[in-house]
Design a protein around this ligand. Structure first.
Ligand SMILES: [Zn+2]
Length: 106
């Protein structure tokens, strides 16, 4: 339970910290764009059960596959899509950390 709460808080706090540090003048816009990339978790709706706290989303859900993550890195490299890519890469890193934490918890 505590892992799930920390995970959700990090999904909000890490993009906020990045936006604050690197996009000061457009902090709110940058943060909201990165928050919007959480929509990538809509792919969980294709899974049964939709939410399983013991399931690692990386490599399981369609939009959490490694080739797709490589595409997110490319989005982050291109200035016009940087914030979307950055939000997605941060999301995948946080999901990955959750998978590692889950692994050592059991
Ligand atoms: Zn996710």
């Amino acid at each position: 339970m505590i892992r799930a709460v920390i995970h959700m808080l990090l999904h909000v706090a890490v993009p906020a910290a990045i936006a604050r540090q690197y996009y000061g003048k457009i902090f709110l816009r940058a943060w909201l764009i990165m928050l919007a990339t959480m929509l990538v978790d809509l792919d969980h709706l294709l899974a049964d059960p939709v939410y399983d706290p013991e399931r690692c989303s990386i490599g399981f859900h369609p939009l959490h596959q490694y080739p797709v993550i490589a595409f997110y890195v490319l989005l982050a490299a291109w200035p016009k899509t940087r914030l979307i890519g950055l939000g997605l890469v941060i999301h995948m890193l946080l999901d990955g950390i959750d998978c590692v934490w889950m692994h050592y918890e059991t």
